[in-house]
Design a protein around this ligand. Structure first.
Ligand code: BES
Ligand code: ZN
Length: 662
């Protein structure tokens, strides 16, 4: 059910600066009841913390003190890594990186120990400054999710720490692909995925997002392969397989990235381009034709792009995410190459992270929404600028559907606190915070603020926010204080507080009742079509799908369910060949319906999809639906046994749990 149903509307006015802004307030009966019930429960503790932290945290920023990061052993308030030089040799046979990392450190307190994060790393030697002697060091107990601390004896005067080490085949960040897993089938491939806390599985480092450092690197691989990093990259293979990299702007460890493969480059504009395997490069460049105008639009919105070039590398299909915003070089799944440019909002999203996330960075993973919520909001603004409001509204409405579904699921799993924007992830894998709540609830809070203060005011505020806080960590409390001081204080503070309800959005569950209603004429038509199709008044042949984009189809499919019935799916499939769709998003939603309605004709196609594609967002709902029945589970286990060796650890971690795989 859409949360916009049974809504009543209220209008009121807020004076902002000299402008009068009309607000639309939507109250949803169901949510009012929930909210009333919860009003009393909203933890006073959170609020008190918030207030106490408010004043402290402003001082802490000035003093450059980082908030406690429960996912890191590092003590960056004592000793901080400022620059890193990596020198790694790549062994594609053994699946090992080996060499050293040289850390430039700043000792803030005269401490005699440096603590780093490691996981599954073999450390062979640690030396200080110019001394050839190894200093004493020890690796701590293995802690679930976190790995091991590496405690290194230093002197208050130590400036450089060199750690010789090698990774293991089990390094969770790294996926080593056989030639068969690539498009060209001739050369092996390697890529890393460091977010959230996997950088420590290939580099000993202070692996918390609050610590920022510059880096240089030398990567030694086989000739005929191109190595790329989240840094200044070349576009040509070298004859000796040695590549040098430089990242002059400070970044967090989760943005450390490396990929190696048979990759070529094609420009898409002034400061943008795409890397991909030769056999798919032209298609990728065509798909991303609008990339340069996305950069230009983003700059018009929130200020100059800070990173020089913006390139995308399209990886093999086992990449576990849609995209990853590695600075200067977004990593992307090939499943967005749909042949019709319909899935390029992902590029807008990763590009937007060049401001929200890569410049202004969530200080800990509890503040993850500051990265993703801002990015989805920003992405949507880029999409609106380039493709128009009607198009962007479709995406936003789909986002609301996803959010509603996620919140219902989390509540049914007893994880109501995970529907708060600010998360409590202590003693948990930060990966658990990766839900639509951070993305979509975050976006809808920003949209609520935008609607309340007016777009112009909000844009001025955001631009200033990105500029003032560039290259700095940001946490939830400091953001709230910043928002109050720099936006609310410019209008009628009390009225704004009352209209926006920050506390409810950030520290409370579900979707607050003041959420803006998204209207899309396009999707209203689809809603009617889906209703008529579902209740049998309309057959596939009668559906007017002329001009439907991927998003119309997704909206349509999401309005069908396990009551649609197999007969109707057969009819749909005959008319629109959905089982053979080349669009991964459509396939994923379609296969879910096939499972729910026992339409097994689609299973061979679903099997090849599950074996070929390792993007977790697609795998999870399919395997989850399959395990609901005995036959489904049996089928899923058989397919998983075949597919699992080709998945990245991020995906197997999740799917192992879904299937009870040991
Ligand atoms: N930074 C995220 C991916 C991520 C988050 C990886 C947390 C590991 C931990 C990236 O920007 C992202 O959000 N990707 C989305 C696509 C986006 C269009 C919503 C994805 O991969 O689906
Ligand atoms: Zn993102």
């Amino acid at each position: 059910m859409s949360i916009t149903s049974f809504s009543s509307f209220y209008y009121f006015h807020i004076i902002f600066g000299t402008k009068k802004i009309q607000m639309q307030k939507t109250i949803n009966n169901k949510y009012i009841l929930i909210l009333i019930a919860l009003a009393g429960l909203t933890t006073c503790k959170d609020r008190n913390n918030a207030q106490n932290n408010d004043s402290n945290s402003m001082n802490n920023t000035e003093k450059n003190i980082l908030a406690k990061d429960v996912h890191s052993f590092a003590q960056p308030n004592d000793v901080r890594v400022k620059h890193m030089h990596l020198d790694l040799s790549v062994d594609f046979d053994k699946h090992i990186l080996s060499g050293y990392v040289l850390l430039d450190i700043e000792n803030l307190t005269g401490a005699d120990k440096l603590y780093l994060d490691t996981r599954d790393l073999d450390i062979s030697k640690v030396t200080l400054d110019d001394s050839p002697e190894t200093t004493s060091y020890k690796q701590g107990e293995v802690v679930e999710h976190l790995g091991q601390s590496l405690e290194i004896q230093i002197l208050p005067s130590t400036k450089h720490v060199k750690i010789e080490y090698s990774t293991r085949d089990s390094a969770a960040a790294l996926q080593w692909l056989s030639p068969e897993q690539t498009h060209g089938k001739v050369y092996p491939f390697l890529f890393s995925q460091s977010q959230a806390i996997l950088a420590r599985t290939w580099i000993p480092c202070q692996d918390g997002p609050g610590v920022k450092f510059t880096y240089t690197a030398t990567i030694r691989t086989e000739p005929h392969l191109l190595a790329l990093m989240s840094a200044e990259n070349g576009t040509e293979k070298t004859s000796d397989g040695v590549y040098n990299f430089k990242m002059d702007q400070p970044i967090s460890s989760y943005l450390m990235a490396l990929t190696i493969g048979d990759l070529d480059f094609q420009s898409t504009g002034r400061n943008s381009g795409v890397y991909a395997e030769p056999g798919m490069l032209a298609d990728c460049a065509w798909e991303f034709e609008d990339m340069q105008s996305m950069i230009d639009s983003a700059e018009e919105l929130y200020g100059k792009y800070a990173w020089g070039r913006y390139d995308v590398v399209v990886l093999p299909p086992s990449f576990p995410f849609g995209g990853m915003e590695n600075p200067r070089l977004t990593f992307a799944t090939p499943t967005i190459i749909a042949g019709d440019r319909s899935l390029v909002s992902l590029v807008a999203h990763e590009l937007a992270h060049s401001w929200s996330g890569n410049l202004v960075t969530n200080e800990t993973w509890n503040d993850f929404w500051l990265n993703e919520g801002f990015t989805v909001y920003f992405e949507s603004r880029i999409m609106e600028k380039i493709y128009g409001k009607a198009y962007a509204d479709m995406l936003t409405k789909l986002g609301m559907g996803e959010l509603t579904e996620t919140i219902e699921r989390l509540e049914s799993e007893g994880k109501r606190d995970d529907t708060h924007l600010y998360l409590e992830l202590e003693n948990r894998d930060p990966d658990e915070g990766l839900t639509d709540v951070a993305y979509e609830k975050g976006r809808f809070l920003l949209k609520t603020i935008e609607n309340t203060v007016g777009r112009e005011n909000f844009d001025d505020f955001l631009k200033e926010y990105f500029t003032t806080n560039a290259f700095k960590p940001m946490n939830t409390e400091r953001f709230i204080a910043y928002l109050r001081a720099n936006l609310f204080a410019k209008g009628d503070s009390a009225a704004l507080e009352d209209a926006i309800q920050l506390d409810k959005w950030i520290y409370g569950p579900g979707i607050p009742e003041n959420v803006p209603v998204i209207h899309s004429d396009e999707l209203v038509k689809v809603e009617k079509a889906a209703e008529n199709f579902q209740n049998g008044t309309q057959k596939s042949s009668g559906l007017d799908t002329a001009g439907w984009t991927t998003h119309h189809w997704l909206y349509f499919l999401r309005r069908l369910n396990e009551e649609t019935g197999k007969e109707k799916l057969i009819d749909l499939d005959n008319a629109f060949k959905l089982t053979n769709s080349g669009n991964s998003e459509i396939l994923c939603d379609w296969f879910q319906l096939c499972i729910d309605n026992g339409y097994t004709t689609a299973y061979p196609a679903m099997e090849s999809f599950l074996v070929r594609v390792g993007r977790r967002k697609f795998l999870t709902p399919l395997y989850k639906r399959l395990v609901k029945t005995e036959e489904g589970k049996e089928w899923a286990l058989r397919v998983y046994a075949k597919a699992r060796p080709g998945y990245h650890s991020v995906a197997t971690n999740t799917i192992d749990a879904v299937l009870g795989w040991k």
